[in-house]
Design a protein around this ligand. Structure first.
Ligand code: SF4
Length: 461
């Protein structure tokens, strides 16, 4: 957008490398009259001497590269040299440049290349963490090969370079063990992220949030009365609805956690896993039960899906939604797995994401029956659990693997059934982690942050 030969704003699609340049023109209110005819085609079209190999060196040190986090070129270069950074990820971690919307990523990579010169290797494959030279993929494949008893055994097999690893590698190895060898392996509390150890999200004031699972986003008068009673009894200061159609109790004291879980459990409520790398929510619209546009029972489908898929660990948080018609009121097309009802059945979509970088789902396939939806949902989740890297959301995973590859894996009925059955087998005998914690601990005021072992490890113990 231009007014009086001054840039007023710009939206870039696709290649956004010229973003900082347009921003510079906007902020400086540069007179663009001499280049107006060519402005739309980008900086290189102007034969601009500042563009090309010398682009980075021509930028002043105080040139703001990352608008989201206010990081300048000089800061990035200084940090690269001081901390001996070699990858984009490291630059993001240490400077926050390119860590938010990502539109400056191309320029940050150029700064990295210009600063390191011949030492820079584009797309360098990063080790899992500083404790090893192996990548996350190599660690996962090695763990998949043979049963291992615990994180220490995996580190020993993989010749770890530190005695007990670091939080990053302990959590990743523990996740791979839980996926491939859930019955053979044991875990310690230190192998889990702190919120997963406590089965609750710690808040800025040191209290916790507690989010019971409300299947498919539905609830009952009995559950609502129970939540209200718990809030009164434990003087919980705030009750809030979440974006995923759940109710969160905010400000729960640590010493009250087990008693709160127990009180909710008496009324049939179980952990919502709002704290974990696990299935969070299955959002639904009212569908054909109530809506005059609904063509399928989206509420019923959401409840079925959630009851089948809850309580398993995934590489990252996992969100789902079911809409009762193509109007898509449940926003299924920005979820990890979205289901949209159509006249002839259901459309399945995968790899969506809200948040800082919104990604719409890729279309997976269309199916006719509820049974097919359930089978595809379990098979896709199992494929993601087994093939993605720890801490990789479905959105980047689907982009990395390609939707065609995922469609191929799930198109063959035999393979799809095997994946689905493998998932179901891993779910056998699962129990609510809150009630496992509450049993024997309810009523005690000294909540001990025991290592959270899931029931499978407890059985072994
Ligand atoms: S998605 Fe369709 S069925 Fe669901 S609430 Fe919206 S209009 Fe109704």
């Amino acid at each position: 957008m231009i007014k009086n030969n001054r840039v007023q704003g710009a939206v870039l699609l696709g290649d956004t490398l010229d973003g900082p340049w347009y921003l510079e023109l906007l902020q400086g209110q540069t007179d663009i009259a001499p280049m107006r005819d060519h402005l739309l085609f980008g900086r290189h079209h102007l034969g601009d001497a500042g563009h090309g190999p010398n682009e980075v060196s021509n930028l002043p040190d105080d040139h703001q590269v990352c608008g989201c986090n206010g990081v300048c070129k000089g800061t990035i270069q200084k940090t690269i040299l001081e901390k001996e950074l070699t990858t984009l990820e490291e630059v993001r971690t240490h400077t926050k440049a390119s860590a938010s919307c990502g539109s400056c990523t191309g320029l940050v990579e150029k700064i990295l290349a210009a600063t390191l010169g011949g030492d820079y290797v584009a797309n360098k494959v990063k080790p899992l963490c500083p404790c090893t030279t192996l990548t996350s993929d190599q660690v996962r494949e090695a763990i998949r090969e043979e049963p291992l008893t615990d994180v220490a055994a995996a580190m020993s097999k993989l010749c770890w370079q530190t005695v007990d690893g670091c939080p990053a590698c302990r959590q990743a190895i523990n996740y791979y063990l839980q996926v491939f060898w859930p019955r053979e392996s044991r875990e310690r509390g230190s192998d889990r992220f702190v919120n997963e150890r406590f089965h609750a999200n710690i808040q800025k004031d040191g209290t916790y949030s507690v989010v019971p699972r409300l299947w498919g986003g539905t609830t009952t008068p009995d559950q609502l009365r129970a939540i209200a009673q718990v809030a009164d009894q434990f003087k919980i200061p705030e009750i809030k609805f979440t974006g995923g159609q759940r109710i969160t109790l905010l400000g729960v004291k640590r010493e009250d956690l087990t008693a709160v879980w127990h009180a909710l459990g008496v009324h049939g409520m179980v952990s919502g896993h709002a704290y974990g790398k696990a299935l969070r929510t299955v959002k639904t619209c009212v569908g054909s039960r109530w809506c005059r546009f609904g063509v399928q029972d989206s509420e019923g489908m959401g409840v079925e899906l959630e009851k089948m898929l809850w309580n398993c660990w995934t590489p990252h948080k996992y969100k789902m939604a079911v809409s009762g018609c193509p109007r898509n009121c449940a926003e299924a097309t920005i979820k990890d797995f979205g289901v949209v009802a159509v006249e002839s059945g259901w459309e399945l979509h995968v790899g969506g994401n809200g948040g800082i970088k919104v990604r719409a789902t890729d279309f997976l396939c269309r199916v006719e029956s509820q049974e097919e939806v359930l089978e595809y949902a379990a098979a896709f989740l199992q494929l993601y659990r087994r093939e993605a890297r720890y801490l990789e959301r479905t959105a980047p995973w689907v982009e990395r693997m390609g939707i065609q590859w995922i469609q191929q894996q799930l198109a063959q009925a035999e393979q799809r059934t095997l994946l689905s059955q493998a998932f179901q087998k891993g779910q056998e005998d699962l129990q609510d982690p809150w009630q496992l914690r509450a049993q024997g601990m309810c009523g005690k005021s000294d909540f001990v942050p025991l290592a959270i072992l899931d029931h499978r490890q407890e059985k072994v113990a």
